[in-house]
Design a binder for this molecule. Structure first.
Ligand code: UD1
Length: 429
């Protein structure tokens, strides 16, 4: 298994290109199941999760052609041409869905198009129980008959889905995607209240509009969708990855230096950048991205709680915590989205961090020095927090189980080493 070796200490200076968003690319690819015509997606990041979903979609009958292969030093996204002319298999098997939770979102579109679908329940996950009750309630409201059998969701809608008024009791990105995608092929109007407002939901809605669906309220918590019986093909560019953007911004805040994050937009992560500014980091918009500068001086502590968009993202919680381990004082971070999303705490402690956990709240006392050590990645975002801590630490850190990182960060070590970081991948051969 690959590991990443980091020798901490240096500043970062240069430019980092930001990839297309993983969390948009996945549901955008899934949206291609709604039409027999070709959906072309540009700026698709080359990530393990994207490649796994490609296999799942092929299994359902999607034809996928890829062009614009990424070649170093030209880090441009790939273009995916997806055509689901016939859905030959309406089952998404356990072996695949259990490896990536977002693949559960094929349920809505396959059910809407084929009037039946069998999709494995996603199963356990390192960052909490993550149920799918909201997905199922939403689809039932659209007319689905749902049974759970043998670990599978068996969904049927013999007469097709119909519009409905759905009020989610809790904000869920995945449930919003699933119901939005299904509603696009449902008969009549669907209203989703308390919908997730994450920019990736807006990106999927924007693709659906290009495919011929009328949607009002994009970017708000109330979506009004007029379903159609047939959707067209479309061409769409995946929006920039705000989590990758925020992660690199925190890396620069952690190491010091001056880095331009290219092909991204401030408004996608305003809240996280405001927090970063409060730590003493300068954030400036540029023509095509964001400049992050921290020259010298202490990292100021902050008090933050994770919230659905537009609040501080849970997907940046671990990275912020890594930064706060070296703050000048005590920070408090409360995780309100996922229980048990503190797996990185034990690993950060191995580098010398002083973190106390009480329920959903972490209290981080900034220390003067972190010292390098071997650590282990536990999930996608936790693993990158260890990279941040390693870059701040004195001496050598190795991060094991790097496959977690490869699920969501494209060429992380290459992007960082171009800016002067001492980081390399040790391949196990
Ligand atoms: C998505 C993101 C993930 C991010 C998360 C929250 C993708 C591929 N993944 O995950 O990176 O961390 O949003 O921003 O986009 N819940 C229920 N019942 C449900 C569904 C969810 O109780 O049926 C709960 C979850 O347990 C969690 C909360 O709702 O506590 C939010 O989860 P959700 O927004 O659904 O996360 P995902 O879509 O899985």
């Amino acid at each position: 298994m690959d590991r990443i070796k980091i020798v901490g200490g240096g500043e970062l200076n240069g430019t980092i290109p930001i990839s297309g968003a993983k969390n948009a690319a996945l549901p955008l690819m899934i949206a291609s199941l709604l039409t027999a015509d070709r959906v072309t997606l540009k700026n698709v990041p080359n990530l393990a999760d994207v490649n796994l979903l490609a296999r799942i979609l092929r299994n359902h009958g999607t034809d996928l052609a890829v062009d614009g292969k990424r070649t170093s030093p030209n880090l441009q996204g790939e273009t995916f041409h997806l055509t689901a002319r016939d859905i030959v298999d309406t089952t998404a098997p356990y072996e695949m869905v259990s490896r990536m939770r977002a693949s559960f979102w094929v349920l809505g579109p396959i059910l809407a198009r084929m009037r039946q679908a069998k999709v494995s329940l996603p199963g356990g996950c390192a960052i909490g129980t993550r149920p799918v009750d909201l997905h199922l309630t939403g689809l039932k409201a659209l007319g689905a008959e749902i049974e759970i059998d043998g670990g599978y969701v068996l969904a049927k809608a013999p007469k097709g889905l119909h519009g409905a008024h759905i009020i989610f009791p809790k904000v869920s990105v995945g449930a919003t995607h699933n119901v939005l995608l299904a509603a696009a092929l449902a008969k009549g109007e669907t209203v989703i209240e308390n919908a997730a407002r994450e920019p990736e939901v807006g990106d999927v809605a924007a693709l659906l509009v290009k495919m011929g669906v009328q949607i009002e309220g994009i970017g708000t918590s109330t979506l009004r969708i007029q379903g159609r019986d047939r959707l067209d093909g479309a061409i769409h560019t995946v929006l920039p990855d705000r989590i990758e953007t925020g992660t690199f911004a925190m890396v620069v805040a952690a190491t010091g230096g001056d880095v331009v994050l290219e092909d991204t937009r401030i408004e996608l992560l305003q809240n996280a950048l405001d927090v970063l500014a409060a730590t003493g980091t300068t954030v400036t918009p540029t023509a095509s991205g964001i400049r992050i500068t921290r020259r010298k001086g202490e990292i100021e502590p902050v008090t933050v709680e994770t919230q659905p968009y537009p609040g501080f993202p849970t997907d940046l919680q671990a990275q912020l915590m890594a930064l706060m381990t070296r703050a000048h004082g005590t920070s408090v971070i409360r995780e309100t989205i996922f229980e048990n999303r503190f797996m990185h705490v034990q690993e950060l402690a191995r580098l010398g961090a002083d973190i106390q956990l009480h329920g959903d709240t972490a209290t981080i006392k900034g220390v003067k020095h972190l010292r390098g050590a071997p650590v282990m990645a536990t999930d996608l975002r936790a693993s990158v927090s260890l990279v941040i801590a390693g870059l701040m630490a004195e001496g050598e850190t190795t991060v094991g189980r790097v496959y977690h990182l490869d699920r969501g960060f494209e060429r992380l070590e290459e992007k960082l080493s171009r800016c002067g970081a001492n980081i390399e991948r040790l391949s196990s051969g």
